[in-house]
Design a protein around this ligand. Structure first.
Ligand code: SF4
Ligand code: ZN
Length: 300
C-alpha cells in the first residue's frame, strides 16, 4: 500500500523508506526534477532551452517532465534537437519516436545529421574503428548539438543524463586518472564562449525513469545502438549496477563525491586557456578543436 494514500504501491523508494502508488511516484519524480532545476538555477526566465532529444527513454522523459513543469510559463521556451548520427537499423526508429513526441507536445523540433554537417555518417566514418565508436560519436554529436542549438537561438542545452550516467562518469574519469575533468565539464564554464549545458535528470535513476515512462504510457521499446558493445561505459555500468544492488545508495554516493570535488574547486579557474580553432573558428584550447582534429585524422 502507498505510504501517502490507500492505493496499491508500484515501487519502494529506498532512500525515503516509502512505498509509492503510481500517482505519488509521478509527483515525486517531477518534484525532484523541479528541485534540482531550482537549486542549481538550471532554467531561469527568458531562457530558450534546446532539449537534446534522441528519442530514447531518458530524453523522452526529460521533455515530458520539462513540458509539464513549465507548461504555464510564457517566459521559457523549449526546442527539441535531434541528431541523426547515421547508424543503420537504430537511429531511424528513435527519430520517429522523437518526431511523434514533439508533435504530441506541440514542441518545435529540429533534426540535424552527421552527414549534412560533416559529410559522413557515423557508419561511414567507423569502418575499422568500431572500438572507438563512442568517443568519435560523442565528439561529433556534441558539435552537432551545439550547432543545432545556436541555429535555434538557444540560451542553454538540456540533456537527459540520469543518476546512473553521472555515477558512471565519476568512475570512468577516476579510472582515466582525470577526476578534474568532471568539474571542467560540469557546465560551470564562465568564459561565455560555450552554451551552458544542464542535466535536470541527474538525480533520477535509470530504473525510475523507466517506471515513470511506463506509468505515463510513454514507454516504447527501442533497439540498442549496435556500437554499445565496444563502450567502456557498458562495463562500468554493469559493475555499478551490481554495486547498487548489493549496496543501495552507491550511485548517490558517487554523485556526492562529484559535488564535494566541485565544492573544493569552487572559485579556482580550472579551464584550459581558450583560443580559437585555426580551421573552423570554434573556441578550443589548442590549435585545432577536437572535431577538426578528429576529421583530419579520419581522412588520413
Ligand atoms: Fe554513439 Fe556510442 Fe551512443 Fe551508439 S552507444 S549512439 S556510438 S555514443
Ligand atoms: Zn575546428
Amino acid at each position: 500500500m502507498c505510504s501517502l494514500c490507500d492505493e496499491p504501491a508500484v515501487t519502494y523508494q529506498r532512500h525515503t523508506c516509502r512505498h509509492l502508488c503510481g500517482f505519488h511516484f509521478i509527483i515525486d519524480i517531477e518534484q525532484r526534477v523541479a528541485d534540482t532545476i531550482r537549486t542549481r538555477m538550471m532554467i531561469v526566465p527568458q531562457d530558450r532551452i534546446a532539449v537534446a532529444l534522441s528519442g530514447g527513454k531518458d530524453s523522452t522523459a526529460l521533455l515530458i517532465i520539462l513540458n509539464r513543469l513549465f507548461f504555464q510559463s510564457d517566459e521559457i521556451r523549449f526546442i527539441a534537437i535531434t541528431i541523426d548520427e547515421g547508424i543503420t537499423g537504430y537511429r531511424e526508429e528513435t527519430i520517429r519516436s522523437a518526431d511523434h513526441l514533439t508533435k504530441q507536445l506541440g514542441i518545435e523540433h529540429h533534426c540535424l545529421s552527421f552527414y549534412d554537417l560533416f559529410g559522413y555518417s557515423l557508419d561511414d566514418l567507423l569502418n575499422e574503428r568500431k572500438t572507438q565508436a563512442c568517443s568519435i560519436c560523442g565528439i561529433l554529436r556534441k558539435k552537432a548539438l551545439v550547432t543545432g542549438s545556436q541555429r535555434a537561438g538557444a540560451t542553454k542545452i538540456a540533456t537527459g543524463h540520469n543518476l546512473d550516467d553521472e555515477a558512471q562518469s565519476v568512475l570512468m574519469n577516476a579510472f582515466r586518472g582525470d577526476l578534474l575533468r568532471l568539474v571542467r565539464n560540469s557546465g560551470s564554464d564562465s568564459s561565455g564562449k560555450f552554451i551552458p549545458r544542464v542535466k535536470p535528470l541527474s538525480c533520477i535513476s535509470e530504473k525510475d525513469i523507466a517506471l515513470y515512462l511506463i506509468l505515463n504510457n510513454a514507454w516504447t521499446p527501442l533497439p540498442e545502438c549496435p556500437y554499445t558493445g565496444y563502450a567502456l561505459r557498458r562495463e562500468v555500468r554493469a559493475m555499478l549496477s551490481g554495486f547498487e544492488y548489493r549496496h543501495p545508495g552507491t550511485m548517490l554516493k558517487a554523485l556526492e563525491s562529484k559535488k564535494k570535488i566541485e565544492q573544493s574547486c569552487a572559485g579556482r579557474n580550472l579551464s584550459l586557456p581558450l583560443g580559437f580553432c585555426k580551421a573552423c573558428g570554434d573556441p578550443c584550447s589548442g590549435d585545432l578543436c577536437q572535431v577538426c582534429l578528429l576529421l583530419q585524422s579520419l581522412k588520413r
